[in-house]
Ligand binder design. Structure first.
Ligand code: SF4
Length: 304
């Protein structure tokens, strides 16, 4: 079985600084990395099946907590991305073709970890004519064969050239939640997300809701990259305008040495304030806190 990012990290300990490793962080962002039995079990299952996760690849600060709870977000279609977003630690380059054994390995993971809710995400695959939608479908359907009661959340790229085609491909595997992250405010796209397009991201959420009204749509925004309150509020309004049901709001943390610097550490009280704002705007499910990430406690949002 091929080595995963997590395997390499354990061997070389060459990980980028995490929030627990002594950078000058405000007190609310310091916490230890738990490594109990349950954490090691998750680590072992993922490693034995050669699966990548966004948890390891993005240096997520919640990895200890989520893995100890027996949950992880699977990263499909490799860990080499065709874009180069400066908030992200994934490598940009020429990805390998989709691995046809991946769906079965994810199904095995779901079984071994006794999951009831599974979040699947991917890198951008602008090199594939369907943006990777077919592989998403194959992964979901394979897991469904083994775990018919599983609820799925897919966190997709923006399917740059093929949004309508991708949604058609995904029709037979429609998940409970369809997520696509706007990540930041449009004014910061040129610096943070140069390969992205704010309107394109909104459009994906819009046409998903229009075509599949019973699917919950979800998006996520990071704070601390230099955005203003007015810009964030406008993003929340834009998301509601395209029918987005769910929102997560979290603190941007520099995931690797080449990533953008943090401009501001937003206080927990301000995150509560944003939660209130999002509620007033009509989002049906909201998480807003410094450690919130798109998939943080996603398994606890499986009810309407
Ligand atoms: S928040 Fe999401 S990406 Fe981070 S560790 Fe948890 S499941 Fe993984």
């Amino acid at each position: 079985m091929k080595q995963t990012t997590e395997d390499r990290r354990q061997k070389t300990d060459d990980r980028a600084p995490s929030v627990s490793e002594g950078r000058k962080l405000p007190s609310w962002l310091r916490r230890p990395l738990p490594a109990d039995e349950a954490f090691r079990h998750t680590q072992q299952v993922l490693s034995s099946l050669g699966l990548e996760t966004i948890c390891s690849n993005a240096n997520c600060p919640n990895r200890g907590e989520c893995w100890a709870r027996g949950t992880a977000t699977v990263l499909i279609l490799g860990n080499v991305c065709t874009r180069n977003c400066r908030f992200c630690s994934l490598t940009c380059g020429k990805p390998a073709p989709p691995d046809l054994t991946e769906p079965a390995r994810i199904a095995e993971m779901a079984k071994q970890m006794r999951l009831k809710y599974l979040v699947i995400t991917s890198v951008n695959r602008d090199d594939l004519s369907d943006g990777g939608a077919g592989h998403f479908r194959d992964c979901v359907n394979k897991v469904r064969q083994q775990c018919p009661d599983m609820k799925f959340e897919i966190l997709t790229p923006d399917f740059r050239h093929c949004q309508a085609q991708a949604l058609k491909i995904l029709r037979p595997c429609l998940p409970f939640v369809f997520a696509h992250n706007v990540e930041t405010v449009p004014a910061l796209y040129p610096t943070a997300r140069a390969g992205g397009n704010y309107q394109r991201s909104l459009n994906l959420l819009k046409i998903t809701k229009k075509n599949y009204n019973n699917v919950q749509t979800k998006s996520s925004i990071m704070l601390g990259l230099g955005e203003t309150d007015a810009q964030v509020e406008q993003v929340l309004k834009d998301l509601r305008k395209v029918g987005c049901d769910r929102i997560t709001i979290g603190q941007y943390l520099k995931p690797s040495k080449n990533s953008l610097e943090v401009v501001e550490y937003v206080t927990p009280a301000k995150f509560d304030w944003w939660k209130q704002k999002a509620m007033e705007l009509g989002f049906s499910w909201i998480t807003s806190s410094p450690f919130t990430r798109s998939s943080y406690f996603a398994e606890q949002q499986n009810t309407l």
